[in-house]
Design a protein around this ligand. Structure first.
Ligand SMILES: [Zn+2]
Length: 460
């Protein structure tokens, strides 16, 4: 009870904190958007400047990045998966053990929530459910109802495309198989197309570093979330790129040569990136809607950035969509918080102990409560490994061969379950979950009665 009460106290404080933040930062979505652009550019810099990187280079400075968010993989109350299965954060009794820890934890969760909400708002809270390479679009219930109410098939299709299109900043859209690339992968040139609706057209930066001129356009896209149910990974594909504009082409021996920072000395290139990040921070002020309409805002210090004024705000989308987004924002706020208090954990996972292994776990083995104190949270291929061993027990086997074909397939490049847990930094969980005392075989400890109902007295 004590833990539960303490967590609830901090949850209330968290809600108050969010309110205060929203009051003090009425344009927080824009501030968060700009911080996401900075995150994208930092990652882009990392790829472009890495000498081993062959794909994302100055010749092709575009990268697709994956912004991971917390996701609820199990459906709620047996209902079908509800749109916006976001989980903004998790609080455990340990997180709120004292004032300082609680403040750190709440700040971390607030950042996660604000980022996730900005990304979702920018993409209409629409997402793709991905299973075995099939992508099924999912909308908030109200959006689906509104779409279905559109009589004309063509108009409905157009509304659908508009809802699913990425939020984009730049001269042109990056198209096609975004979301099918690995994080940090280059975006093939042929994917980039013009003549598409943009949320914020043309943020341009021009200036000079030690007499070297640059003239570039920012490209930034947020794609609808992809919830990959096979990999148990939910993320927004985010494309960050720089378009080198014509302004700095020069004639060398009768040929037009595009002058890019690629040819600059390393020190100047570093300075370029640092200034770029500083300058980008300044677009926050320019993006905040102003009462009077302005053509564009020019900010000038070392370089110049031209930002078209008033072109994006969450309200920029149609009134209907905005209404839905607001509704979803509210719905998504705190009800999806997972609270891990000792006395409520059984209820949290929503089931009595499993008949097979004696532990409390969800169907997908993303979370396994192995005793009163500990919940093991698994992601990626690890839940699949547990699933296979568990299935063997369900069939009555005492153990599963580590050379089992299906198991080997799931382990993929890791070769065996132990290596997979080791490499994915779950070595301790491996020891707690499995018994491997029979060489070449693996079984779930709970089945053997080991560790069952025994609360470990490990020190805090
Ligand atoms: Zn079980």
């Amino acid at each position: 009870m004590k833990d539960r009460a303490r967590i609830e106290k901090y949850l209330r404080r968290y809600e108050q904190g969010l309110d205060t933040y929203e009051n003090e930062h009425p344009h927080w979505r824009i501030e968060v958007l700009v911080s996401l652009i900075q995150w994208g550019l930092k990652s882009l810099r990392h790829h472009v400047e890495d000498p081993r990187e062959r794909q994302v280079t100055w010749g092709n400075p575009f990268a697709e990045l994956h912004y991971e968010v917390g996701w609820k993989w199990e459906s709620r109350n047996g209902r079908d998966v509800a749109p916006g299965g976001h989980i903004f954060g998790e609080i455990t009794p340990k997180d709120v053990a004292n004032e300082a820890k609680a403040n750190t934890a709440l700040a971390r969760i607030m950042v996660e929530q604000l980022n996730a909400m900005t990304l979702a708002d920018a993409t209409n809270w629409a997402w793709y459910e991905k299973r075995k390479n099939y992508y099924t679009p999912v909308f908030p219930i109200e959006t689906t109802a509104k779409l279905n109410a559109i009589k004309s098939k063509r108009a409905r299709r157009e509304a659908f495309v508009e809802l699913m299109r990425p939020f984009s900043i730049g001269e042109a859209r990056v198209e096609a198989s975004v979301g099918k690339l690995k994080s940090g992968q280059r975006v093939p040139r042929r994917m980039r197309k013009g003549n598409q609706p943009m949320d914020i057209p043309g943020i341009q930066l021009s200036g000079e570093i030690n007499g070297r001129k640059f003239d570039i356009g920012l490209i930034f896209e947020i794609h609808p979330l992809i919830a990959d149910y096979d990999q148990k990974k939910a993320y927004h594909p985010v494309v960050a790129g720089l378009a080198v504009l014509g302004g700095n082409a020069r004639l060398v021996d009768g040929e037009m040569v595009q002058d890019t920072p690629a040819d600059w000395p390393k020190g100047d290139r570093e300075k370029f990136w640092e200034e770029l990040l500083v300058e980008i921070a300044k677009i926050t002020a320019a993006l905040i809607p102003k009462a009077e309409a302005e053509g564009s805002v020019i900010l000038s210090v070392n370089s110049q950035i031209k930002v078209p004024a008033n072109c994006w705000s969450p309200e920029h989308r149609s009134a209907t969509i905005k209404q839905i987004a607001d509704l979803q924002s509210l719905a998504g706020e705190l009800q999806d918080f997972r609270v891990h208090a000792i006395d409520s954990a059984g209820a949290q996972l929503g089931q009595p102990p499993c008949q097979v292994c004696g532990w409390i776990h969800d169907k997908g083995f993303a979370q396994i409560r192995i005793n009163e104190r500990d919940i093991i949270t698994l992601r990626g291929i690890l839940p699949d490994i547990v699933t296979l061993v568990h299935r063997a027990h369900e069939k009555g086997f005492r153990a599963l061969s580590t050379k089992d074909d299906e198991l080997a397939k799931v382990c993929g490049g890791y070769g065996n379950p132990c290596k997979a847990f080791d490499d994915l930094k779950h070595r301790e969980d491996y020891k707690r979950l499995f018994d491997t005392s029979r060489r070449g075989f693996i079984s779930i400890r709970g089945v053997l009665g080991k560790n069952r109902n025994k609360s470990e007295s490990s020190p805090e």
